[in-house]
Design a protein around this ligand. Structure first.
Ligand SMILES: [Zn+2]
Length: 457
């Protein structure tokens, strides 16, 4: 599966990568270099570039997409005058239902759909989505991801190790060549995570010496636990946890075992990278050169910094299928200050979970399941992993993996804790498991709400 030979990292970084981009006529590295140069610009310079990009994508969307033409007409917005997200405040949000029912009308008529790059999405949201991006847009997205990778400590040209469900196998010769020369990725398939797989992964690791450990946060956590118990030492230069919530107690285990700080990243298939921590870990820098992030209350007004709300994303680089004010389905909050690193990109203080996975308390209020879990894991010894599933407002299933130091009376303590948070009549069913079950797309969800509608308070 991996390369038979190992090229020097600096050769790959300085020769193979640029030549490959030339060969593919890609702007990926060009984008990366420009973003790298611009990353410590003044907030004013960044704002000017964003205003220009927003204006350009809005004018393009209205001129070439029937869906947006109608929406902007309806909202009475003149696309030529849009310079700031505030200018789009009266534009209705783009929901997942809009995307799935109006795919063709959203796609720009300047592009042939067959030339666009499709994204797989919708695995666990219940709504299957077909989202596309033009090839240039994908290259720009990849350039931004490269820059974010370097914030973790990884350097361009170093191999990577990916901990993933269902790793892709290269099929074509071109893809195999690419894997051997350039991508040089060591994979661990978390769909079958056992000692033999971890031992094979560690052997690949020693041969390839990856600079970056990359994957779903909980998968990296499971790997950390296994290498620790097996006495294996792996030392990446950087660790990037992505695609899901990074729980603080799991983060601590990963950082202890690999002796590196975790770089938390937030993105989705529809718009790629949304925000990423830098080397200071003071919050997640919004990928502000490429996306605009709004945090909104239920009534559609903007949240204050530190106030939790719905995340709404506008992407500035996808001309094939413009995504303007896309309601991504997650919640989060903005920071009230900039990062001490000096980069002008605003910070997301936290991504607090999927809108759909906030639990309901008996009084009708909503509770972030992730913070309940973090509290539980830090308070009670003997709990390895935890998943909570709310089937009805008054019923909570707790899937629990016991760890060393487990005590029977912890169940009582859990019951008290969850009743305090969700209501005195809450019924708690505890199920002991060896491992938290995974979604069909390979991701984990710790907090699942199956209560259909908002209950009356
Ligand atoms: Zn920073």
């Amino acid at each position: 599966m991996s390369a038979l030979f190992r090229l020097p990292d600096c050769f790959v970084g300085h020769v193979v990568e640029p030549v490959w981009d030339l060969y593919e006529r890609s702007v990926r590295l060009q984008t990366y270099r420009r973003l790298e140069l611009d990353q410590f610009d003044s907030p004013h310079a960044l704002a000017c570039r964003r205003a220009e990009r927003l204006n350009r994508i809005v004018r393009h969307a209205v001129a070439t997409s029937p869906f947006y033409r109608q929406r902007f007409d309806g909202a009475g917005i003149d696309p030529a005058k849009v310079r700031d997200m505030a200018d789009l405040a009266s534009l209705p949000l783009l929901t997942k239902v809009d995307v799935s029912t109006h795919t063709d009308e959203i796609i720009s008529d300047r592009y042939d759909r067959r030339s666009l790059v499709p994204a797989k999405t919708g695995g666990s949201t219940g709504v299957a989505l077909h989202v596309y991006c033009d090839a240039r847009g994908v290259e720009r997205r990849n350039g931004a991801a490269l820059l974010a990778d370097t914030w973790s400590g990884w350097r361009l040209g170093q191999p990577m190790a990916a901990v993933w469900g269902n790793p892709p196998e290269p099929v074509t010769l071109r893809n195999r060549l690419r894997r051997a020369l350039k991508d040089r990725v060591v994979f661990l398939d978390t769909m079958k995570l056992d000692e033999a797989a971890v031992r094979a992964f560690a052997a690949d690791w020693r041969r390839m010496k990856p600079g970056l450990l990359f994957g779903h946060a909980h998968s990296i956590f499971l790997l950390a636990e296994m290498v620790e118990s097996m006495g294996i030492e792996l030392r990446p230069d950087g660790i990037v946890a992505t695609s899901m919530m990074l729980l603080q107690p799991e983060r601590e285990v990963i950082e202890r075992v690999f002796d590196r700080q975790v770089t938390n990243r937030y993105g989705c298939e529809e718009v790629s990278l949304i925000a990423c921590e830098c080397e200071r870990h003071e919050g997640l820098h919004i990928n502000a050169e490429h996306v605009a992030v709004e945090v909104l209350r239920d009534d559609g007004t903007a949240c204050a910094p530190g106030e939790d709300g719905r995340l709404v994303i506008t992407e500035l680089v996808n001309y094939g299928m413009p995504m303007l004010r896309y309601e991504v389905g997650d919640r989060g909050e903005l920071h009230d200050r900039l990062c001490s690193c000096g980069r002008p990109h605003p910070l997301l203080r936290a991504v607090t979970g999927r809108v759909a996975d906030f639990l309901f308390a008996a009084d009708g209020s909503r509770v972030a399941g992730i913070s309940l879990i973090e509290n539980t894991l830090t308070r009670h010894p003997g709990i390895g992993q935890l998943q909570i599933v709310q089937d009805e407002v008054s019923r909570l299933t707790v899937n629990l993996v016991r760890a060393e130091g487990w005590r029977e009376d912890t169940v009582e303590a859990l019951t008290t804790f969850f009743r305090d948070a969700l209501g005195a009549d809450l019924r708690l069913d505890v199920t002991y498991m060896d491992r938290i079950p995974r979604e069909p797309n390979g991701k984990y969800r710790f907090s699942i709400c199956r209560v259909a509608a908002e209950p009356a308070s």
